[in-house]
Structures are given as C-alpha cells and as structure tokens.
Design a protein around this ligand. Structure first.
Ligand SMILES: [Zn+2]
Length: 371
C-alpha cells in the first residue's frame, strides 16, 4: 500500500545508493572506510579501528543477532536472503530484508538499512559507542547464557521439586515449557562444573553473574527462564528471595517479536502470569518483569497502533493498581489506548487460573476492561 514506493523515494532521495546497489555490492557504499558518515554518531573518531569493527561484525552474524532478539524470517528470497517483519517500525507485512551472506539488512517500510552495528544502534536506540559495547557484551555473554540455559533445561525433569513447583503455579503443558524454555537450577555447584568442563574460565562465569564471588552457583533451587541477555530465576523455596536476575538489564518486553503484530496485547507483570495466559490460549500476552517498565519496554508498547490491556497484581499495598494507572496515562499521552483488567478481589492472572479460572472467564474480564 504505497510503503514500497515511499521507501524507494527515501532511499533514492538520500543520493547514496539504490536498493539494488545495497545488496549487489559486497559492502554498503556508506560502510566503506572512505565514507565520511559510516554511522550516526561520533563521526571522525578514530578510537575504534576499522579492523576491530570488521572483526566484531564477523563474530556477530547479523542473522544470529536478529534471531537472538526473537526476529523470525518469514519468506525466503533468492540468494539465501530473507524477508520478515521489521523490528524497527510497526510492520504488518514483511518489509525487512536480510542478507545473511553479507550480514546486511534493509527495510522497505522505514527505509533504514546497514550492518549489525547500525541495527543495534537503531534497535536499542543508542549511539555508536554504546552499540559497540552492547554487541561486545552480547558476543561474550550470549554463548555462555545459551549453554547455561541448555543445562538448566536438562535439569528440569530430573528434579521433582521443580516439576511440583511448576504444577503448583499452574504450568503443565509441555508446549509451554518448550515455548518459554523453562529450566531448573539445582545449585550445588553443578552449573559451574558443567561450564568449566565446556571450557569457560571461572572468571567469565563470575563476570556473567552465574557464579558468585565465592565460586558457588548463583542460582540455587530456582526455576529459570531465559530472557534477552539475562536469566530470571524464581526461587522454589520460601526462605530465599523470590526473584533474581543476573547483573545487567532485564531486556525488553517478553516475547515481544511474537506479540507485537497483535492489535490488542495483554501486559502482565510476572512470567507465571504470562505462562498461564499463554497456556490458556492468549498468544497476545507479554510481560514487563515487574511493574516498572524500562525505557525500551515502554517504547516497544508504543511502536505501533494498538490497545494494551494491563493486568498487574492487585497487591495489598496498592502499588500494582497505581503503577497500571500511571502507565495507562503515559500510554494515552503517546496515543496508545490502554485498558485496565479488573480481576476478582486479591487475584493476579496466575492465581486466577491456578484456582480454577478459565479462558472464557478471563475473556469476559478483557471485554469488561476499563480505559
Ligand atoms: Zn522498518
């Protein structure tokens, strides 16, 4: 619907290159060393050598990075290229072209394109040096977190207390456990032993926060959910602090790439709220991991026209309702319709389903939700 035409005008209008040239040449002309404007920030700074940049880009294939952000290729094109929904703007039909061979992207909708560094700049809304820092951190951390996640997932069904806890929180379906990649951290130094055996130095495990300064596994008797660049651990024992994250940001909204195409989304505060809703047949649910959204999560909610249904916990101290009221106002100011779901007294979505609530009843709460 005219998007392509607009994109074409934008690209041609820059006088840099045509779309064809972008993917026909091995390098985007503007990424060449003689180009004055390779990235948006810190022009002319020579602190990062061209070689270091090339190395970083080689170590982080664009497609790997995109998929780690939940991006999914939708349609194959010739030459091993892919089209998918654009993660950088509100996109309803695939306009985001990825060339894995050249590690370049171009969006026919918003007209932006470039390499993995450019992508990180736009996606995380940061300047060039911060994008480099994020990518370097990801390069170091991603394989380690992946290994830890694999290990925790293997442990889940070997530990009765883990499965019992999941049942108690209403998590039953194998599809859900697979979808959320739920695992279990038994503790006792077994993650450390496993990762050391895989060749990771202890210092890397400490730096990632997987192992404490004293050398113990940081997550002990915790259900573990992998997030974007982090791991959330929920204690199954009442004597430990319930929630734990690794050092670093909690990331964006949970499973956002799968949720954002829905015109109506449900936002909950906890992953167990997310779990029961997803299991009950509400794929449009996402989670902010707490009642305070970070800037990125807020920006994601505002990345396209939609209605956001808020269902934060009705805590005794009223912080949940207060936070959802404030969020509804902020969203409204950004042109996003927000509605607040009212659950029966004292319930959050998890306790509602655990105590026998069903999808039909929840649907009626959705329909009754107030602006
Ligand atoms: Zn786009």
């Amino acid at each position: 619907m005219g998007t392509t035409a607009t994109a074409e005008r934008v690209v041609l209008g820059t006088g840099r290159s045509s779309r064809r040239a972008l993917f026909a040449d091995p390098h985007h002309p503007c990424l060449g060393s003689e180009c004055a404007l390779p990235y948006s920030a810190d022009r002319g700074k020579k602190s990062v050598s061209r070689q270091a940049l090339d190395e970083l880009k080689q170590q982080i294939p664009l497609l790997d990075y995109l998929q780690a952000q939940d991006w999914q290729p939708v349609r194959p094109l010739s030459g091993g290229r892919w089209m998918g929904l654009c993660p950088l703007h509100s996109d309803h039909k695939p306009s985001f072209l990825v060339d894995p061979g050249k590690s370049l992207f171009y969006c026919y909708g918003c007209g932006r394109g470039g390499d993995v560094i450019r992508f990180a700049e736009i996606y995380h809304d940061v300047k060039f040096p911060q994008a480099l820092a994020l990518l370097r951190q990801w390069r170091g951390l991603a394989p380690l977190l992946q290994q830890a996640t694999d290990f925790y997932r293997l442990q889940l069904h070997r530990h009765g207390e883990a499965v019992a806890y999941l049942h108690q929180r209403g998590v039953r379906s194998p599809e859900l456990i697979e979808h959320m990649r739920i695992g279990y951290a038994p503790g006792g130094g077994c993650l450390r032993a496993w990762l050391r055996q895989s060749g990771y130095p202890l210092s890397a495990l400490r730096q990632a926060g997987l192992v404490t300064s004293l050398g113990y596994d940081a997550y002990v008797h915790r259900i573990v959910f992998p997030l974007e660049g982090n791991l959330y651990g929920r204690s199954v024992s009442a004597s430990a602090p319930p929630h734990r994250f690794l050092p670093g940001p909690k990331g964006g909204l949970y499973a956002w790439e799968q949720v954002r195409r829905h015109p109506e989304v449900i936002l909950v505060e906890g992953l167990f709220d997310y779990a029961v809703l997803w299991q009950a047949g509400f794929p449009q649910v996402t989670c902010s991991l707490g009642i305070h959204l970070n800037a990125r999560q807020f920006q994601q909610l505002c990345d396209g026209p939609r209605t956001v249904y808020l269902s934060f916990d009705a805590d005794a101290n009223g912080s949940g309702p207060q936070a959802s009221e404030q969020l509804a106002h902020r969203l409204g100011a950004h042109g996003i319709m927000a509605r607040r779901i009212v659950l029966p007294e004292g319930h959050d979505p998890n306790s509602f389903f655990v105590q026998g609530g069903d999808a039909g009843q929840f649907q009626s709460f959705l329909e009754a939700a107030q602006p």
